[in-house]
Design a protein around this ligand. Structure first.
Ligand code: EPU
Length: 419
């Protein structure tokens, strides 16, 4: 774990354009999908963030001829040379679970460490296991590892007991090379899943989403070459859009897909913030008298849990009482405590955060970033706070935000990494 500390001198009014990177959570399953083909796979618009680099290193460790340059991944996995994906390489990321489906489908065996990732509460993988077992896999937990094997996967009819993003992705990938057809019901609707489906279909898979949450997959014997471009990151988009609402900033968020964060934009409009969307750009005119709101995180197309922390910062800056209910994860309010240390007035009651605004944030030493999105929220807090803030554990941020200090400096922020 690195010990980088982020230093931010707050209070600067930011202005200019910020360009959105490719979606981390689309790139990770896209990289896992390279395992399904022995032919070359090119993926562009891949954000060069730490979770992606971990995934690339893991693929290389099992035989991928893979590299990333200028956001383009070129990969070829002619042969899988190792069945073991070491915890030393993937231990830190949740997406390691995405090796399970493709490795079983291509290789019939895999040993991968149990997923790591953000400490944001219970993060089950039981639906992944249940579906893969029904397809014909044996799955055991040995110490910290998942050991899975199969003599061949078969198509299934399966209804996910709850909506899961990586679970849906894992089973789609496994089913793409399984014998026969699969019908998956109650699938998650996140656009990153559809990006994966689009990529797999270009590789020769036969996957169709029907009635929104049903996905039908006709298994193939092999998948081939693909050239695929990852969709823009809707969470990075939302993070900069929220920044644009703060401190009378004048920021235009560019090269994104605004429809992917429609729910957030609708909430901002309810707060009487002026939002203008033109093609791939979002222009915000902040409102000093914006209104408080009560909101709840939900699966797509609802308000993403991955924007809850950032929105909380905006609500500390809003006159009146606001409320956020976190419905996806059971421990995702770690940032509230740190924001309170900076002067916010946030009360936590189970999965409900009550934010009493408007409060003035004051820079603080040694604010602790507990997870990726919490760290983004603390950066937003520090940018509007008076004076100097230092954020510890800033490695969390670089797991998912590409060139964040550079993008912010371009807007006029004073931010630097102290070693
Ligand atoms: N769940 C189960 N059993 C399962 C699967 C999920 O109980 O087998 C529960 C989880 O415990 C959780 C809920 O279902 O309460 C949703 O979990 P989901 O599986 O959808 O989350 P995930 O696939 O692990 C992805 C993103 C997260 C994002 C969530 C929710 C990736 C790599 N990660 O995680 O992204 O918060 O969906 O949208 O796609 C982030 O980028 O900061 C991040 C945490």
């Amino acid at each position: 774990m690195d010990s980088k500390i982020l230093e931010i001198i707050g209070g600067k009014r930011l202005r200019g354009e910020v360009f959105i990177s490719g979606a981390k959570n689309a790139a990770l399953p896209g990289l896992a999908a390279t395992l399904l083909s022995s032919e070359p796979v090119n993926i562009s618009n891949v954000p060069e963030v730490d979770d992606v680099i971990v995934m690339i290193n893991a693929l290389r460790s099992i035989g991928a001829d893979i590299d990333i340059k200028n956001n383009i991944v070129k990969s070829e996995i002619k042969e899988i040379k190792s069945n073991i994906i070491s915890g030393d390489i993937v231990g830190s990321i949740r997406a390691s679970i995405l090796f399970l489906g493709p490795m079983l489908a291509r290789n019939g065996f895999v040993k991968v460490s149990q997923p790591g990732g953000c400490p944001i509460g219970h993060r089950g993988v039981d639906y992944h296991f249940e579906a893969l077992k029904l397809m014909g896999a044996d799955i055991e937990i040995e110490g910290n590892d998942i050991v899975a094997k199969t003599n061949g996967l078969s198509g299934i009819e399966y209804t996910f007991p709850g909506k899961t993003v990586t679970g849906t992705e894992n089973i789609i990938m496994a089913a793409s090379l399984a014998e026969g057809s699969s019908v998956l019901k109650n699938c998650a609707l996140e656009p990153e899943i559809d990006d994966l489906i689009w990529m797999l279909n270009k590789m020769g898979a036969d996957i169709e989403r029907k009635d929104n949450d049903t996905i039908i997959i006709k298994g193939q014997t092999s998948l081939g070459f693909v050239d695929h471009r990852i969709i823009p990151d809707r969470i990075e988009t939302g993070t900069y859009v929220i920044l644009a609402c703060l401190n009378n900033n004048r920021i235009v968020v560019k090269d994104t897909r605004p429809e992917l964060i429609k729910t957030l934009l609708d909430i901002l409009k309810r707060m009487e913030i002026d939002v203008t969307v033109k093609e791939g750009d979002i222009r915000i005119k902040p409102n000093e008298n914006m209104l408080p709101v009560n909101v709840e995180t939900e699966t797509y197309p609802g308000l993403p849990t991955d924007l809850q922390a950032q929105l909380m910062v905006l609500l500390t800056n809003t006159e009146g009482a606001s409320q956020i209910k976190e419905s996806i994860f059971n421990n995702r309010f770690n940032h509230a405590n740190e924001l309170n240390r900076m002067g916010a007035n946030i009360g936590i009651d189970g999965n409900i955060a009550r934010i009493n605004g408007k409060t003035k944030l004051i820079g603080k030493e040694n604010i602790i970033a507990s997870d990726l999105r919490a760290s983004a929220a603390l950066v937003l807090g520090a940018l509007i706070a008076e004076g100097r803030t230092t954020i510890k554990n800033s490695f969390q941020l670089f797991r998912g935000y590409e060139r964040l200090p550079e993008k912010l400096r371009h807007l006029g922020a004073e931010i630097r990494i102290l070693d």
